[in-house]
Design a protein. Structure first.
Length: 421
């Protein structure tokens, strides 16, 4: 009788072992598997091999778990019949079911979730050996399972996607594992190939350029006064860019007493890109050509603006200012609990990310100011109220017929697309 109790205890332990093992392997993330493989080349590779063949892994574990549970039930029934007679079998079955549920299923599974990498690492060799010993049975069961799966026409889910990576980053921010600025950098990095260069360019109305016949001395003074390291050069029409003048070359010519010569003598050939190009493509162009500025053209070949390497870096790291720039602060500023000041040149995708909003990012307008102007169908006026599905905007400041800043108050929703006051 003593041996029967010992055998029953062993079977219950095996049931808990196989239950926990199943949860440990199925809860491993891709990052954990790669970490185990790099830190523990032997057992880590086994863990990776087993997770790459989930049909073999799960069948092995389930065979072991079912054999242990069936063996425990049979042995418990035999012990009960010998000690109390057949009439107590129902009581024993109920108690054994409760015991297996608590100590053979729920508890080991919870432990395996919290220590899944440790559990998987230390059971890899045993599970792999069992999968080899049970291979004929596994092949039969897996074949039958695959046949049923094909009949149901289920599609295999991709385990890793861009959205899942971004979700991991968001979870890391919420738990404090990743700092908020690190999370912004990672998310911005993945969005580089989705953001058009028109969303980050300096608009042509704000571009400072010089005519190609301008004396080098005057260009040198402009660079010194404005703190520019390079300037676009145009031919008669400011939208007809024909070159780029570097402060380095302008300064060298000025030192050589060539201040009266036109700037066209030292300018470089410009590189043009379309405003529809993605930021990642422009970044690669800047690196490949060893440049710091490209000229952005609109769909008609006219000047749309310029983009510098600093603009691309700011897209990743946030706004940066040198000694010659006035620090304006962030694009979105919290004024109180439920009101914000939003700069009109804030990209729509940044606004959506900040407020978890759903404004269209694939429209012709890349900024909040452009989106609201398109929504109204005309240029708004100062202090005008504009209601959108994600909240209410109030035009705070305007200059030269375009919006500078807005006040924004998020709402739970709006029945009107736009409303004026």
């Amino acid at each position: 009788m003593l041996y029967s109790f010992i055998a029953l205890g062993i079977l219950l332990i095996l049931s808990a072992f196989f239950s926990g093992t199943e949860t440990a392997y199925t809860s491993l993330s891709t990052a954990q598997i790669h970490q185990l493989r790099s830190q523990h080349p032997g057992r880590g590779r086994l863990v990776a091999h087993l997770t790459e063949h989930p049909d073999i892994l799960l069948t092995t574990v389930l065979i072991g778990n079912n054999l242990a549970n069936i063996g425990a039930s049979t042995l418990a029934a035999d012990i009960t019949a010998q000690m109390f007679g057949r009439g107590a079998l129902s009581i024993t079955t109920g108690l054994l079911t409760l015991f297996v549920l608590i100590f053979g299923e729920v508890t080991p599974k919870q432990l395996a979730i919290f220590h899944n990498d440790f559990w998987a690492l230390h059971t890899a060799r045993l599970i792999y050996l069992l999968s080899l010993l049970l291979r004929p049975v596994i092949i039969f069961i897996s074949g039958a399972s695959r046949l049923i799966t094909r009949l149901s026409r289920t599609r295999r889910q991709h385990q890793l996607s861009l959205e899942s990576i971004l979700n991991i980053v968001r979870h890391g921010e919420m738990t404090g594992v990743i700092e908020s600025f690190q999370g912004r950098m990672v998310k911005s990095l993945f969005k580089l190939n989705d953001v058009p260069v028109s969303a980050i360019l300096t608009h042509r109305t704000q571009v400072v350029s010089v005519e190609k016949q301008t004396p080098i001395a005057r260009v040198f003074e402009t660079c010194i006064q404005r703190g520019f390291s390079r300037l676009p050069v145009y031919d008669k029409d400011p939208e007809r860019i024909v070159g780029v003048a570097l402060f380095r070359d302008v300064g060298a010519a000025y030192q050589l007493q060539h201040g009266n010569k036109p700037v066209k003598t030292v300018m470089l050939e410009p590189v043009f890109v379309s405003e529809n190009r993605k930021v990642e493509d422009v970044f690669n162009t800047l690196k490949r050509e060893n440049l710091n500025m490209v000229i952005v053209l609109d769909e008609y070949g006219g000047l749309a603006g310029i983009v510098t390497m600093e603009d691309v870096v700011e897209e990743l790291l946030g706004e940066m200012y040198d000694e010659n720039e006035l620090k304006l602060g962030e694009k979105i500023l919290a004024l109180n609990d439920n009101e914000y000041r939003v700069f009109a040149d804030t990209p729509v995708y940044q606004f959506n990310e900040y407020f978890a909003a759903t404004l269209p990012e694939d429209s012709a307008a890349q900024t909040i100011g452009g989106y609201l102007t398109n929504l109204l169908g005309r240029i708004p006026t100062s202090h005008q109220i504009i209601d959108t599905p994600c909240g209410r905007f109030v035009v705070e400041r305007m200059a030269r017929k375009h919006i500078i800043t807005l006040r924004y108050r998020p709402t739970a929703g709006s029945d009107t697309e736009s409303e004026e006051s």
